[in-house]
Ligand binder design. Sequence first.
Ligand SMILES: [Zn+2]
Length: 280
Amino acid sequence: MRAYISVDLEGINGVCHSSQTQPGEPGYERSIQLMHAETNAVIEGLVKAGCTDILVNDSHWDMRNLRIELLHPKAHLTSGWQKPFSMVSGVHSAEKPDFACFIGYHARSGCATGVLSHTYRAQVFRDVRINDVLVGETGLNAYLAGAFGVPIALITGDDALQRECTELMGQVNCLVVKQAVSRYSACFMPQKQVLESLEKGAYEAAKAKTGWHLLKPPSPAKLTITLADTSMADACELVPNVKRLNDRDVEFTDKDYSLVFRVMLALGALGASRKDQYFS
Ligand SMILES: [Zn+2]
């Protein structure tokens, strides 16, 4: 069995503030240790369930957080950025994974009770919608996996993420590793208990194919982005076929969701180029 794992940081137990997620800031090194521990617990469960080919995609910030020498010896690691499909790069590979897991994920931008809630570009994207439904990274990425025929077997993060997943996908394995109190506060669960439940959850998720969820993207898919700043929208509307709806909203539609996803990434990079350090 082939498994694909996308690992983010904000949804890891023990993390509740943005400074803990930024390289060079106090607390970052500790967060990375916790990130390795949760990732390795999941890999161990997958290995015990019979997965022989495991690809981990580092999906946080500059995507150079996980260290191969600290990762479970059975896993491969894709590190760094830029890479096609960003947080879900590799899910589209010729050697198609049987399923994908999203570890350390978090609630979408605008979710008041989601720990470190944001969607891809925290300082650029205020809201992201697919066919008028608000989505976060989980939804955007699960649709991309779905476009390539890869189902989601397991998602982990806080309880706000679990609610978001249930709203979007209905029945899906989502393991809660911490309880959200607010955007910058959480009630952490005992670490040993979390690691045990991740290993067990991954084992069971890999074994029970009936629990896998293939989230097929809509076609056509309409992407609507509310930008943080009007100058970001000015930049985004320069892209062919991107429509300016109003001061802050831009829209792009295509039948091919993988193209819509790439345009979302491009608009994020373009919007980020308009960040004003004094005036936002
Ligand atoms: Zn994220």
